[in-house]
Design a protein around this ligand. Structure first.
Ligand code: PLP
Length: 385
Protein backbone atom coordinates (compact mmCIF):
# COMPACT_ATOMS: atom_id res chain seq x y z
CA UNK A 1 0.00 0.00 0.00
CA UNK A 2 1.43 3.39 -0.93
CA UNK A 3 -1.05 5.48 1.01
CA UNK A 4 0.58 8.17 3.13
CA UNK A 5 -0.26 11.01 5.42
CA UNK A 6 -0.44 14.40 3.73
CA UNK A 7 2.60 16.70 3.65
CA UNK A 8 0.51 19.13 5.67
CA UNK A 9 0.42 16.81 8.65
CA UNK A 10 4.17 17.24 9.09
CA UNK A 11 3.68 20.94 9.73
CA UNK A 12 1.30 20.39 12.60
CA UNK A 13 2.44 18.75 15.81
CA UNK A 14 0.50 17.45 18.77
CA UNK A 15 0.72 20.33 21.19
CA UNK A 16 3.00 19.96 24.20
CA UNK A 17 0.02 21.10 26.25
CA UNK A 18 -1.97 18.03 25.25
CA UNK A 19 1.10 15.80 25.66
CA UNK A 20 1.54 16.91 29.26
CA UNK A 21 -2.17 16.37 29.96
CA UNK A 22 -1.77 12.78 28.73
CA UNK A 23 1.31 12.28 30.94
CA UNK A 24 -0.58 13.79 33.87
CA UNK A 25 -3.53 11.40 33.40
CA UNK A 26 -1.14 8.44 33.43
CA UNK A 27 -0.06 9.27 37.00
CA UNK A 28 -3.42 10.63 38.18
CA UNK A 29 -1.80 14.01 38.78
CA UNK A 30 -3.12 17.57 39.11
CA UNK A 31 -3.20 19.09 35.66
CA UNK A 32 -1.84 22.63 35.68
CA UNK A 33 -0.81 22.27 32.05
CA UNK A 34 -3.96 22.68 29.98
CA UNK A 35 -6.11 25.80 30.33
CA UNK A 36 -9.18 23.79 31.24
CA UNK A 37 -10.99 25.74 33.89
CA UNK A 38 -12.88 23.49 36.24
CA UNK A 39 -14.60 26.39 37.95
CA UNK A 40 -18.41 26.64 37.97
CA UNK A 41 -20.48 27.47 34.87
CA UNK A 42 -22.92 30.34 35.64
CA UNK A 43 -26.38 28.91 36.38
CA UNK A 44 -28.12 31.24 33.92
CA UNK A 45 -25.93 29.95 31.09
CA UNK A 46 -26.56 26.29 31.96
CA UNK A 47 -30.29 26.71 32.41
CA UNK A 48 -30.72 28.59 29.15
CA UNK A 49 -28.83 25.91 27.21
CA UNK A 50 -30.83 23.12 28.85
CA UNK A 51 -34.06 25.01 28.15
CA UNK A 52 -33.04 25.56 24.53
CA UNK A 53 -32.63 21.81 24.00
CA UNK A 54 -36.07 21.19 25.49
CA UNK A 55 -37.52 23.95 23.30
CA UNK A 56 -36.20 22.36 20.12
CA UNK A 57 -33.07 24.42 19.42
CA UNK A 58 -31.31 21.32 18.16
CA UNK A 59 -30.82 21.93 14.45
CA UNK A 60 -28.36 23.92 12.31
CA UNK A 61 -28.37 27.65 12.85
CA UNK A 62 -27.37 30.52 10.57
CA UNK A 63 -23.72 29.85 9.62
CA UNK A 64 -22.44 32.90 11.49
CA UNK A 65 -24.55 32.43 14.63
CA UNK A 66 -28.09 33.02 15.85
CA UNK A 67 -29.37 36.62 15.82
CA UNK A 68 -29.72 36.65 19.58
CA UNK A 69 -26.10 35.71 20.18
CA UNK A 70 -24.64 38.12 17.62
CA UNK A 71 -26.77 40.90 19.13
CA UNK A 72 -25.64 39.97 22.66
CA UNK A 73 -21.97 39.97 21.61
CA UNK A 74 -22.32 43.40 19.97
CA UNK A 75 -24.17 44.76 23.01
CA UNK A 76 -21.60 43.48 25.45
CA UNK A 77 -18.69 44.74 23.37
CA UNK A 78 -20.25 48.21 23.39
CA UNK A 79 -21.04 48.08 27.12
CA UNK A 80 -17.56 46.98 28.18
CA UNK A 81 -15.28 48.62 25.61
CA UNK A 82 -17.36 51.34 23.95
CA UNK A 83 -16.80 49.68 20.55
CA UNK A 84 -19.70 50.07 18.08
CA UNK A 85 -20.40 46.68 16.46
CA UNK A 86 -23.06 45.89 13.83
CA UNK A 87 -24.36 42.45 14.90
CA UNK A 88 -25.70 41.72 11.42
CA UNK A 89 -22.53 42.42 9.45
CA UNK A 90 -19.56 42.53 11.80
CA UNK A 91 -19.81 39.38 13.97
CA UNK A 92 -19.09 35.76 13.07
CA UNK A 93 -19.82 33.13 15.71
CA UNK A 94 -17.64 30.05 15.28
CA UNK A 95 -16.38 26.95 17.09
CA UNK A 96 -14.47 28.74 19.82
CA UNK A 97 -11.89 31.49 19.44
CA UNK A 98 -9.72 28.74 17.95
CA UNK A 99 -12.19 28.12 15.11
CA UNK A 100 -12.70 31.84 14.55
CA UNK A 101 -8.96 32.51 14.22
CA UNK A 102 -8.43 29.51 11.96
CA UNK A 103 -11.22 30.65 9.64
CA UNK A 104 -9.91 34.24 9.67
CA UNK A 105 -6.47 33.00 8.58
CA UNK A 106 -8.02 30.88 5.82
CA UNK A 107 -10.05 33.84 4.62
CA UNK A 108 -7.42 36.57 4.80
CA UNK A 109 -3.97 35.06 4.27
CA UNK A 110 -2.36 33.55 1.19
CA UNK A 111 0.21 30.75 1.28
CA UNK A 112 3.60 32.28 2.02
CA UNK A 113 2.24 35.43 3.68
CA UNK A 114 4.35 36.26 6.72
CA UNK A 115 2.69 36.98 10.05
CA UNK A 116 4.50 38.38 13.08
CA UNK A 117 4.01 36.52 16.36
CA UNK A 118 5.07 38.00 19.67
CA UNK A 119 7.22 35.53 21.56
CA UNK A 120 6.62 33.75 23.93
CA UNK A 121 3.58 32.73 21.90
CA UNK A 122 0.54 30.48 22.34
CA UNK A 123 1.25 27.28 20.38
CA UNK A 124 -2.16 27.19 18.70
CA UNK A 125 -1.44 30.59 17.14
CA UNK A 126 1.76 29.28 15.66
CA UNK A 127 0.18 26.04 14.46
CA UNK A 128 -2.85 27.83 13.01
CA UNK A 129 -0.55 29.98 10.89
CA UNK A 130 1.48 26.99 9.79
CA UNK A 131 -1.57 24.85 9.00
CA UNK A 132 -3.07 27.62 6.88
CA UNK A 133 0.26 27.96 5.02
CA UNK A 134 1.21 31.35 6.42
CA UNK A 135 4.79 31.82 7.63
CA UNK A 136 5.33 32.85 11.26
CA UNK A 137 8.13 35.28 12.13
CA UNK A 138 8.97 36.20 15.69
CA UNK A 139 9.23 39.41 17.72
CA UNK A 140 10.68 38.75 21.15
CA UNK A 141 9.15 40.24 24.30
CA UNK A 142 11.51 40.62 27.24
CA UNK A 143 10.80 40.08 30.93
CA UNK A 144 10.06 41.42 33.46
CA UNK A 145 7.38 43.44 31.61
CA UNK A 146 7.56 41.41 28.40
CA UNK A 147 8.37 44.64 26.62
CA UNK A 148 9.25 45.21 22.98
CA UNK A 149 10.24 48.16 20.81
CA UNK A 150 9.08 49.28 17.41
CA UNK A 151 12.59 48.38 16.12
CA UNK A 152 11.93 44.74 17.07
CA UNK A 153 8.98 44.75 14.70
CA UNK A 154 10.80 46.68 11.98
CA UNK A 155 13.64 44.13 12.17
CA UNK A 156 11.40 41.26 11.05
CA UNK A 157 9.04 42.95 8.59
CA UNK A 158 9.47 42.17 4.88
CA UNK A 159 7.46 42.92 1.73
CA UNK A 160 5.68 39.59 2.33
CA UNK A 161 4.44 40.51 5.84
CA UNK A 162 0.66 40.58 5.87
CA UNK A 163 -0.30 40.47 9.53
CA UNK A 164 0.60 40.54 13.20
CA UNK A 165 -0.94 38.60 16.10
CA UNK A 166 -1.59 40.22 19.47
CA UNK A 167 -2.67 38.08 22.40
CA UNK A 168 -3.79 40.37 25.22
CA UNK A 169 -3.94 39.39 28.03
CA UNK A 170 -1.33 36.96 26.85
CA UNK A 171 -1.10 33.25 27.12
CA UNK A 172 1.54 32.19 28.26
CA UNK A 173 3.21 35.20 29.91
CA UNK A 174 0.19 37.14 31.23
CA UNK A 175 1.20 40.40 29.58
CA UNK A 176 -1.55 42.99 29.24
CA UNK A 177 -0.59 45.30 26.37
CA UNK A 178 -0.75 48.94 27.44
CA UNK A 179 -2.36 51.58 25.27
CA UNK A 180 1.09 52.96 24.40
CA UNK A 181 2.31 49.54 23.31
CA UNK A 182 -0.81 49.02 21.23
CA UNK A 183 -0.20 52.40 19.63
CA UNK A 184 3.25 51.19 18.57
CA UNK A 185 1.65 48.15 16.95
CA UNK A 186 -1.09 50.28 15.40
CA UNK A 187 1.42 52.70 13.83
CA UNK A 188 3.46 49.76 12.60
CA UNK A 189 0.39 47.99 11.15
CA UNK A 190 -0.69 51.15 9.40
CA UNK A 191 2.79 51.87 8.02
CA UNK A 192 3.12 48.36 6.56
CA UNK A 193 -0.59 47.87 5.81
CA UNK A 194 -1.08 44.75 7.94
CA UNK A 195 -4.00 42.82 9.36
CA UNK A 196 -3.99 42.73 13.15
CA UNK A 197 -5.30 39.43 14.49
CA UNK A 198 -6.07 39.77 18.18
CA UNK A 199 -6.86 37.06 20.68
CA UNK A 200 -8.73 38.59 23.61
CA UNK A 201 -10.16 35.43 25.16
CA UNK A 202 -8.77 36.49 28.57
CA UNK A 203 -10.22 40.01 28.35
CA UNK A 204 -11.84 39.71 31.79
CA UNK A 205 -8.89 38.10 33.55
CA UNK A 206 -7.02 41.28 34.49
CA UNK A 207 -5.24 42.00 37.77
CA UNK A 208 -3.86 44.82 39.90
CA UNK A 209 -6.35 47.38 38.60
CA UNK A 210 -5.07 47.18 35.01
CA UNK A 211 -7.45 47.66 32.10
CA UNK A 212 -7.90 45.65 28.92
CA UNK A 213 -7.74 47.76 25.76
CA UNK A 214 -9.07 46.07 22.63
CA UNK A 215 -6.62 46.93 19.82
CA UNK A 216 -9.56 47.65 17.47
CA UNK A 217 -10.52 50.66 19.62
CA UNK A 218 -7.35 52.59 18.74
CA UNK A 219 -7.95 55.28 16.12
CA UNK A 220 -7.93 53.89 12.58
CA UNK A 221 -7.55 50.27 13.70
CA UNK A 222 -11.06 48.89 13.37
CA UNK A 223 -10.90 48.21 9.61
CA UNK A 224 -7.70 46.16 9.79
CA UNK A 225 -8.29 44.38 13.11
CA UNK A 226 -9.83 40.94 13.45
CA UNK A 227 -10.95 40.85 17.09
CA UNK A 228 -11.12 37.23 18.24
CA UNK A 229 -12.63 36.16 21.53
CA UNK A 230 -15.01 33.66 23.07
CA UNK A 231 -16.73 32.49 26.21
CA UNK A 232 -14.75 29.34 26.98
CA UNK A 233 -12.88 31.04 29.79
CA UNK A 234 -15.34 33.70 30.92
CA UNK A 235 -18.16 31.17 31.48
CA UNK A 236 -15.90 28.13 32.12
CA UNK A 237 -17.31 26.32 29.08
CA UNK A 238 -14.18 25.22 27.24
CA UNK A 239 -16.00 22.13 25.93
CA UNK A 240 -18.93 24.05 24.44
CA UNK A 241 -16.93 25.54 21.58
CA UNK A 242 -18.47 28.98 21.32
CA UNK A 243 -16.26 31.83 20.14
CA UNK A 244 -16.43 34.63 17.62
CA UNK A 245 -14.65 37.29 15.69
CA UNK A 246 -15.61 40.89 15.19
CA UNK A 247 -14.32 42.72 12.14
CA UNK A 248 -15.09 44.87 9.15
CA UNK A 249 -17.95 43.59 6.91
CA UNK A 250 -15.42 43.24 4.08
CA UNK A 251 -13.92 40.28 5.94
CA UNK A 252 -16.81 38.70 7.87
CA UNK A 253 -18.55 36.96 4.99
CA UNK A 254 -15.50 35.00 3.83
CA UNK A 255 -14.57 34.14 7.42
CA UNK A 256 -18.14 32.95 7.98
CA UNK A 257 -18.09 30.84 4.82
CA UNK A 258 -14.98 29.00 6.02
CA UNK A 259 -16.60 28.50 9.41
CA UNK A 260 -19.67 27.10 7.60
CA UNK A 261 -17.45 24.77 5.58
CA UNK A 262 -15.70 23.28 8.60
CA UNK A 263 -18.29 23.51 11.40
CA UNK A 264 -21.58 24.43 9.63
CA UNK A 265 -22.48 26.32 12.80
CA UNK A 266 -21.65 26.49 16.49
CA UNK A 267 -23.82 24.19 18.69
CA UNK A 268 -27.35 25.61 18.57
CA UNK A 269 -28.58 25.21 22.18
CA UNK A 270 -25.21 26.30 23.53
CA UNK A 271 -25.40 29.49 21.48
CA UNK A 272 -28.71 30.16 23.27
CA UNK A 273 -27.13 29.54 26.66
CA UNK A 274 -24.24 31.89 25.98
CA UNK A 275 -26.55 34.59 24.58
CA UNK A 276 -28.61 34.50 27.76
CA UNK A 277 -25.49 34.69 29.91
CA UNK A 278 -24.18 37.69 28.00
CA UNK A 279 -27.53 39.45 28.37
CA UNK A 280 -28.02 38.75 32.06
CA UNK A 281 -24.54 38.85 33.54
CA UNK A 282 -23.45 42.44 33.84
CA UNK A 283 -20.21 44.25 34.52
CA UNK A 284 -20.24 42.95 38.13
CA UNK A 285 -19.82 39.34 36.96
CA UNK A 286 -16.74 40.20 34.91
CA UNK A 287 -15.21 42.29 37.67
CA UNK A 288 -15.66 39.47 40.18
CA UNK A 289 -13.84 37.09 37.82
CA UNK A 290 -10.77 39.34 37.95
CA UNK A 291 -10.85 39.49 41.74
CA UNK A 292 -11.32 35.73 42.12
CA UNK A 293 -8.50 34.86 39.76
CA UNK A 294 -6.13 37.45 41.21
CA UNK A 295 -6.46 35.61 44.52
CA UNK A 296 -5.66 32.29 42.80
CA UNK A 297 -2.69 33.92 41.07
CA UNK A 298 -1.33 35.17 44.37
CA UNK A 299 -1.63 31.74 46.03
CA UNK A 300 0.28 29.89 43.36
CA UNK A 301 2.88 32.65 42.93
CA UNK A 302 3.66 32.40 46.67
CA UNK A 303 4.05 28.62 46.38
CA UNK A 304 6.32 28.96 43.35
CA UNK A 305 8.46 31.59 45.12
CA UNK A 306 8.78 29.36 48.19
CA UNK A 307 9.79 26.39 46.04
CA UNK A 308 12.50 28.47 44.35
CA UNK A 309 10.71 28.56 40.98
CA UNK A 310 10.75 32.34 40.58
CA UNK A 311 7.48 33.22 38.79
CA UNK A 312 6.98 36.03 36.28
CA UNK A 313 3.90 37.39 38.05
CA UNK A 314 1.22 37.77 35.34
CA UNK A 315 -0.83 40.94 34.80
CA UNK A 316 -3.68 38.97 33.26
CA UNK A 317 -4.88 35.61 31.87
CA UNK A 318 -4.48 32.55 34.09
CA UNK A 319 -1.02 31.21 33.48
CA UNK A 320 2.35 31.80 35.08
CA UNK A 321 5.72 31.37 33.45
CA UNK A 322 8.13 30.35 36.19
CA UNK A 323 11.85 29.61 36.29
CA UNK A 324 12.31 25.88 36.88
CA UNK A 325 16.06 25.86 36.21
CA UNK A 326 16.79 24.33 39.59
CA UNK A 327 15.10 21.04 38.63
CA UNK A 328 17.24 18.24 37.19
CA UNK A 329 17.03 17.73 33.43
CA UNK A 330 18.77 19.04 30.33
CA UNK A 331 15.75 20.86 28.94
CA UNK A 332 12.32 22.10 30.02
CA UNK A 333 10.57 18.88 29.00
CA UNK A 334 12.82 16.79 31.25
CA UNK A 335 12.45 19.29 34.07
CA UNK A 336 8.66 19.32 33.71
CA UNK A 337 8.60 15.51 33.70
CA UNK A 338 10.76 15.51 36.81
CA UNK A 339 8.28 17.81 38.53
CA UNK A 340 5.41 15.54 37.48
CA UNK A 341 7.21 12.46 38.77
CA UNK A 342 8.04 14.02 42.14
CA UNK A 343 4.89 16.01 42.85
CA UNK A 344 2.26 14.69 40.43
CA UNK A 345 1.69 18.26 39.28
CA UNK A 346 1.77 18.81 35.51
CA UNK A 347 3.00 22.00 33.87
CA UNK A 348 3.96 22.83 30.27
CA UNK A 349 7.65 22.92 29.32
CA UNK A 350 8.70 26.46 28.41
CA UNK A 351 10.13 25.46 25.04
CA UNK A 352 6.55 25.10 23.79
CA UNK A 353 6.31 28.90 23.73
CA UNK A 354 9.49 29.76 21.82
CA UNK A 355 10.72 28.88 18.34
CA UNK A 356 14.22 28.28 19.72
CA UNK A 357 15.59 26.99 23.03
CA UNK A 358 14.90 30.20 24.95
CA UNK A 359 12.23 28.58 27.09
CA UNK A 360 14.42 25.74 28.32
CA UNK A 361 14.43 26.95 31.93
CA UNK A 362 10.78 27.92 32.02
CA UNK A 363 7.49 26.17 32.65
CA UNK A 364 3.91 27.37 32.45
CA UNK A 365 1.47 26.72 35.28
CA UNK A 366 -2.28 27.21 34.79
CA UNK A 367 -4.19 28.38 37.86
CA UNK A 368 -7.78 28.07 36.58
CA UNK A 369 -8.60 25.52 39.23
CA UNK A 370 -11.04 25.24 42.08
CA UNK A 371 -9.37 26.56 45.24
CA UNK A 372 -9.13 23.14 46.92
CA UNK A 373 -7.34 21.63 43.89
CA UNK A 374 -5.08 24.64 43.55
CA UNK A 375 -4.19 24.54 47.23
CA UNK A 376 -3.24 20.87 46.97
CA UNK A 377 -1.09 21.64 43.91
CA UNK A 378 0.57 24.50 45.85
CA UNK A 379 1.24 22.20 48.80
CA UNK A 380 2.94 19.68 46.52
CA UNK A 381 5.02 22.35 44.76
CA UNK A 382 6.10 23.82 48.11
CA UNK A 383 7.13 20.38 49.32
CA UNK A 384 10.15 20.79 47.02
CA UNK A 385 11.39 23.86 48.92
N1 PLP B 1 -6.81 31.63 22.83
C1 PLP B 1 -5.95 31.51 23.84
C2 PLP B 1 -4.89 32.53 24.02
C3 PLP B 1 -6.05 30.42 24.72
O1 PLP B 1 -5.18 30.32 25.72
C4 PLP B 1 -7.05 29.46 24.53
C5 PLP B 1 -7.17 28.29 25.42
O2 PLP B 1 -6.30 27.93 26.17
C6 PLP B 1 -7.92 29.64 23.46
C7 PLP B 1 -7.78 30.73 22.63
C8 PLP B 1 -9.02 28.65 23.22
O3 PLP B 1 -10.23 29.33 23.08
P1 PLP B 1 -11.53 28.57 22.60
O4 PLP B 1 -11.86 27.55 23.62
O5 PLP B 1 -12.57 29.67 22.51
O6 PLP B 1 -11.23 27.99 21.28
Amino acid sequence: MSLQLSKRHEWVMQSEIRNMSIECDKVGGINLSQGVCDTEVPVVVRRAAQGAMDDGWNTYTRYDGIDELRAAIAWKQKMITGMEVDPEREVVVSAGATGALFCACLALLNPGDEVILFEPFYGYHLQTLVATEAVPVYARMRPPKWSFRQEDLEAVVTPRTRGIVICTPSNPCGKVFSRDELQIVADFAEKHDLFVFTDEIYEHFIYDGLKHTPPATLPGMKARTITVSGLSKTFSITGWRIGYCICDPRWTQAIGFFSDLVYVCAPAPLQKGVAQGLKELGRGYYEKLGIKYQDKRDRICSALFRAGFTPHVPMGAYYILADISRLPGSNSKEKAMNLLKNTRVACVPGEAFYHDRSGENLARFCFAKEDSVLDEACRRIESLS
